[in-house]
Design a protein around this ligand. Structure first.
Ligand code: ZN
Length: 109
């Protein structure tokens, strides 16, 4: 499943804050600044789609195992409408997820 998607590994991170019984998830700063032309830029929201999906869906779009750590670098993939963020299929996975790490090292040059 992972192999068929185009994953971006470009330094997007999310922050996990443990707050008693719940975990708060928030995006950290977009490495591209969310500017036009960056791979994560989406016309529909005029900004970074990765941050958007983390804000709106939290870990629902996460496909891997999340270890308890303060910050987490994620690989992400986006497909679908360039114009309507609601029609975008978005996935992310921690880059240190064992399955993803295996795949990543197999395609790294
Ligand atoms: Zn971004």
């Amino acid at each position: 499943m992972i192999k068929e998607m185009k994953w971006n590994v470009d330094g997007h991170r999310l922050l996990l804050t443990v707050n008693k019984s719940s975990i708060d998830i928030s995006p950290s700063i977009c490495p591209h600044g969310g500017v036009t032309g960056s791979p994560c830029y989406h016309e529909g929201i005029n900004g970074c789609a990765v941050n958007y999906f983390i804000n709106v869906y939290g870990l629902e779009t996460n496909h891997g195992t999340v270890a308890a750590s303060e910050t987490l670098e994620v690989a992400w993939s986006m497909d679908g409408s360039q114009w309507d963020i609601d029609l975008v299929e978005f996935s992310m996975i921690p880059v240190n997820d064992p399955n993803f790490a295996d795949w990543l090292s197999s395609v790294a040059e």
